[in-house]
Design a protein around this ligand. Structure first.
Ligand code: HEM
Length: 446
């Protein structure tokens, strides 16, 4: 760990340089910087935003969504005077509560074992075809979650490249084109333009997808009414013969269209479409980044690699999965989640670092720092697979906790498990972000 005195450098820097310094440290040496923050200045007010470094303060803030709001998502997630946009841009209101819980029900957790099998097969197919050498970011890390988007979520009938592009620009604009990302005006506008262009394409695709699937669902329902007697008879014959009836085709979009909601539930076809788009946007770039960075982490840790490989070869995935979540403390997809205050609020009351944060402040809740806080972690700097999972922040925390959490908890480790089973897996290039926020190129061989 570095002995650099970040806060002394910060204090001595001219005002215009303070936040750029902080941003650089978060990118290149977050752990020692966060450690010093936790020890000496757990709430740091910079000219651009406020950094919150301690576990309890972060959990506290994330449990007050009306005060620590997601307003910075609004312009990125379609919210306007006449359009409520996506659920993620709503704080603790009827729409967020209603649509999140409906979608959690649709993503039935009982599906997870078969989703994991789908992921294992999609991963193994790609790796077998690659025959010992792969550019892993595009051909694996982005490709496998796109199969899940097509086959499980049901956004089918379209090529993978297009789905990946739509997820990419949405994620880039929402999470890496905020005031504290310090993008130049040209870059800022370029990202917005790309996002707007893909949004038009996505809306048009989702409209056609829903129309196509709705026709199938309606035909199926009409047939069901006519054939209800026949199906009852067939079910009885199957039961007597000890056979399982053939499964009807099922994916999340079809499942949403098959379900009928009373008008008062207020989940119209339009809202079904918006939520179908959300599944795609959430799934691809997040998973890709988590898998690529964890691979890089393990391949660089010769001390851990033999144990990780051995765990990947076991049928019981429990130990391997724990190793993956532990690795993601060190290389999370982002070191923070951000919020904006709707009112003045005093955080960490009665502690020596009690701080009043003004209304309309941008806040970086340093979730990676929280995952190294000794409030919740013994020997936090050590890699120890046997941690308490409830203290992790990889899928956020509180009312905005990730909708895709349980799919992600199967997808990320299974993708890693399949590749780490390959004998003598090693990096054949450095990982390249190509000046963007996401891994773009990383060649592996085995
Ligand atoms: C598998 C498919 C995924 C889907 C469909 C998905 C979808 C979502 C949605 C809709 C939310 C917002 C929930 C809300 O506002 O109530 C969310 C939040 C979040 N997701 Fe996911 N996600 C997926 C995968 C992932 C992965 C792989 C990661 C990281 C490893 C991730 C990290 C997060 C985080 C950190 C948040 C919280 C953001 C915040 O609090 O501002 N997600 N996700």
């Amino acid at each position: 760990m570095s002995n650099r005195n970040y806060l002394a450098e910060y204090d001595a820097a001219p005002t215009a340089q303070k936040y750029p310094l902080v941003k650089g440290w978060m990118e290149t040496e977050p752990l020692p910087f966060f450690k010093q923050l936790r020890a000496e200045r757990p709430i740091l007010i910079t000219p651009e935003c406020v950094l919150v470094a301690k576990f309890c303060d972060i959990r506290d803030a994330l449990q007050m969504p009306k005060i620590f709001t997601v307003d910075l998502y609004k312009s990125k997630m379609g919210v306007s005077d006449d359009d409520p946009g996506y659920l993620m841009a709503h704080d603790d209101d009827a729409l967020h509560h209603r649509e999140k819980s409906l979608m959690q029900g649709m993503l039935n957790r009982d599906d997870i074992p078969r989703v994991r099998e789908l992921i294992a097969k999609a991963s193994d197919d790609i790796l077998t075809a690659a025959a010992g050498s792969i550019e892993v970011v595009n051909d694996y890390c982005r490709s496998v979650p796109t199969t899940v988007v097509q086959d499980y979520f049901g956004l089918d009938g379209i090529d993978k490249k297009t789905l990946i592009k739509w997820s990419f620009w949405n994620q880039y604009d929402a999470f890496h084109n905020q005031p504290f990302d310090l993008n130049s005006p040209e870059k800022y506008q370029h990202i917005i333009d790309e996002h707007n262009a893909v949004s038009g394409e996505l809306v048009s695709y989702i409209t056609k997808l829903m129309a196509r699937k709705l026709v199938m669902v309606k035909a199926e329902q009409a047939k069901n009414i006519v054939l209800v007697g026949w199906y009852a008879l067939k079910a009885l014959i199957n039961k007597l013969a000890g056979r399982k009836p053939a499964a009807a085709s099922d994916d999340i979009v079809t499942r949403m269209l098959r379900s009928s909601f009373a008008k008062e539930v207020d989940f119209s076809l339009l809202r079904v479409g918006v939520n179908a788009g959300g599944l795609l946007i959430g799934a691809i770039e997040t998973t890709s980044q988590a898998v690529a960075q964890t691979l890089q982490f393990f391949l660089a840790r010769e001390d851990l690699l033999p144990a990780v490989r051995a765990a990947a070869l076991q049928d019981n995935v429990e130990l391997f999965d724990k190793m993956v979540w532990e690795a993601l403390r060190f290389v999370p997809i982002a070191p923070y989640v951000f919020r904006r205050t709707s009112q003045s609020h005093t955080l960490a009351k009665a502690s020596p670092w009690q701080t009043t944060i003004h209304a309309d402040s941008n806040i970086l809740l340093l979730t990676q720092s929280a995952m190294f806080d000794d409030y919740a972690y013994d020997q936090a700097d050590e890699f120890q697979a046997d941690r308490n999972y409830y203290h992790h922040f990889n899928f956020g925390f509180g009312s905005h906790e990730c909708l895709g959490k349980y799919v992600g908890m199967a997808m990320i480790p299974e993708m890693l498990r399949q590749i780490l089973r390959r004998p003598e897996l090693q990096a054949a290039s450095a990982m390249d972000y190509k000046d963007g926020p996401f891994p773009e190129h990383y060649r592996l061989r085995w």
